[in-house]
Structures are given as structure tokens and as C-alpha cells.
Design a protein around this ligand. Sequence first.
Ligand SMILES: Cc1cc2nc3c(=O)[nH]c(=O)nc-3n(C[C@H](O)[C@H](O)[C@H](O)COP(=O)(O)OP(=O)(O)OC[C@H]3O[C@@H](n4cnc5c(N)ncnc54)[C@H](O)[C@@H]3O)c2cc1C
Length: 393
Amino acid sequence: MDINFTPEDEAFRAEVRAFIEENQPQHLKGVRRGEYRNKEDFLVWHRILYKKGWLVPSWPAPYGTNWTPTQKYIWNEENARAETPAILPFGVSMVGPVIYTFGTQEQKDKYIPGILSGDVWWCQGYSEPGAGSDLASLKTTAVREGDYYIVNGQKTWTTLAQFADWIFCLVRTDKNAKAQEGISFLLIDMKTPGITVKPIITMDGGHEVNEVWFDNVKVPVENRIHEENKGWTCAKFLLSHERAGIAGVARSKRAISRLKDMLAMEVIDGEKLIDDADFERKIAELEIDLTALEFTELRTLASEQAGKGPGLESSILKIKGTEIQQRITELVMEGVGYYSLPYSDPLSHNEFAPGPAYAEGTTQNYANMRKTSIYGGSNEIQRNIIAKMVLGL
Ligand SMILES: Cc1cc2nc3c(=O)[nH]c(=O)nc-3n(C[C@H](O)[C@H](O)[C@H](O)COP(=O)(O)OP(=O)(O)OC[C@H]3O[C@@H](n4cnc5c(N)ncnc54)[C@H](O)[C@@H]3O)c2cc1C
């Protein structure tokens, strides 16, 4: 396997780098999502990439870029290096692929343009208070009445639903069938009467997740993707895309490089932390694990190129990727020591952060990143999937 870049790849890298330098929204460079000031902050980079035609490199024709796996890899690396805003996954990485794979031509024509332009914001209505890991036990019902479904129930942990125009939902359309066989995939306009969004404030003080309640919500039957009671097929397809995207290898590389810069500035008893043997060992272990993950990600990209969607390897990517992200935040915490104690509340903007600038937000980031091993299907569940489907246990 040749892992050197060709002159064409290097030319592509130069083109991407120049484009990012010229167009990246400077006020969001390296800014955490929890610190975005408004809805537009989430969308500005999305709109710039859409205009350029580089928003959805992995989508098939006629939407995608037709880049090689190496070009996609370079694209991710350059974005991480420049600390551009991450693109929201709900439209482009979740419901979009479901619609272009399972939707009718009419549905593609209706929904895809808004996903690509960023004019329509989507959220994900999968989890319920009694249905997280055991998603197939979901209880939100959709009862057919003529050309409509009447939807009743509650979704929870719905990320950024406070901004959403539409929600894609898993609903129960047959109570008597086996759990997985009585589920349908519905697209619901958030302005429909009977929908209530209630905020959940998390331990980092942020408002990222919500409860979404449905009280006799009338949804046209034409908003169902795929056949009635075949929603589980769409659900699983979407989850493998979601999991593969959570790995975040390029951004972890950037985070480790930031960590090293930070440790080079931290001096304790006259010694730079970067020269501390124990820290050196921890960083080396992280980098080895990240390199191994990077090659797994490259294999996934290559098999996507061969027409295969992300399969079971998405569970491996998800576990290792999120463990590495969490280990980085733990090392930052350990590195800055007591400077991590001052805590600024992103809601009240009551900032109190003595100590060096690089230590700011350490605690929030540490707390916020605990979520990564839970969402997209917890890491314990991914291990069960690997045990059953890969190891045959
Ligand atoms: C920040 C955040 C954002 C989220 N955003 C969304 C969103 O936008 N839309 C959405 O639909 N959902 C969202 N989720 C929900 C997420 O998908 C669920 O939290 C996740 O699937 C786990 O479900 P649960 O919280 O009900 O935990 P539970 O299923 O109750 O699990 C509790 C614990 O038990 C473990 N466990 C459960 N079953 C098993 C088993 N069989 N074997 C071994 N261990 C097991 C789990 O790993 C976990 O540690 C979000 C979650 C978080 C934290």
C-alpha cells in the first residue's frame, strides 16, 4: 500500500487550503459550538461550501464531488487544521442519505434542495425516555386516518430542536408486529400544531438538547419515507452514517497538536510539561491509537468509493474515535491543573477565567465531551454489535 501523496493530491491540498484561507468565517475559527451566538453561526460555513459545491463530498451523483478517498481525507485534514466550523450532521449526514436512498423522486425534489442550501434545519427524533439503547421499543404512535397519520408521544435528547424546521422521526405504525417490524420513518414539519419543544440544560450549562412532545399531530402520509413498517431499515442505515461521522479523526489530530502547544507553555517546578516523561508517554499512546484509527477510517473511505456504505466498521470507528476525543479532554484537564477550575456559564456569559487563555473552557469541554460515548448508540451497545456481527459471539 502506497501511503505517499501524488503530485495531483498535493495540488488538490493546495487548492483546498487556499479556498479555506480565503473563505473561512474568521470569527468562528476554533470556537466551540456551545459558544455560537446565533443560528446563523451554525450555518455560515455550510452555505459557503454549498455555493462552492463542496458541501457533500460523500453523496453520490448528481449531488457529490466525486473526490477520491484520498481527496476526502485531505479535505477533512485541511478543515481540521484550519479549525473551520463542523457541519451539522442532521441534514447532510443523516436524513439526506436516507432520502436519496429510500425516497421517491418527488420526495428527493422536495427535501434535498433545502438540506443542501441550509435553508431547512433538521433534527433527529429517534430516542424516547424509555427507548435509547433499546430503540426498537419506541412508543410514539402514528395512527393512519385517511391521508394522514395522527402522531402522539415524546422524543428526548433531540439536539438543537429549538432551531429546527423539520424533524425526522421513528414512529410505531403497528403495535401488534414484532418491535422492529412495526416502525415507520416520518418527516414532520415542526410548525405543525401539537408540537412542543422543551429545553434540557446539560451539566456544562448549555442548551443543546430538548424534549419534543407530539399531541395529535397531523402528518400527511406522503411524508413517510419507504414503506409503512419498513422504517427500521432506514433507521439502521442512518445510524451507520451517523456513527462513522462521529469518529472525528482529523479533528482529534488537531486537538492533540493544540494539547502539545499547551503543554509546551505549562511550566511546573521549572520543567515544561511537554518534557515530562509521563505526559510524553500518554501523548505517544494517544497518537499511536489515533494513527491506527486513521487507517481504519481510510479503509472505510475506500470501501465507500467502491459503492459500499459504512458498514459494521462504523461501530469500531465510533468507539475508538470517541474514546480518543475523551482522552484528549482528560489530558488537557490534567495539563492545566487548577486553571481548569474557573467555570464560565455559557448561558449567562458570566465569565471568570483567571489563568492563561488556553485554559479557558477546559471544564465545559471536558464535561460536554462525555456525551460522545453515549450518543449515536452508546459504546457498550457498539461493543455488543461487534461481538455479535463481527466476532459471531
Ligand atoms: C448530548 C446528546 C445528544 C443526543 N442527541 C440525540 C438526538 O438528536 N436525537 C436522538 O434521537 N437521540 C439523541 N441522543 C440520545 C442517544 O442516542 C441516547 O442517549 C443513547 O442511545 C443511549 O440511550 P439512553 O440515554 O436511553 O440510555 P440507556 O439505553 O438507558 O442506557 C443506559 C446505560 O446502560 C447501557 N446499556 C443499555 N443497554 C445495554 C446492553 N444491552 N448492554 C450493555 N450496556 C447497555 C448503556 O450503554 C448506557 O451506559 C443524544 C444523547 C446525548 C447524550
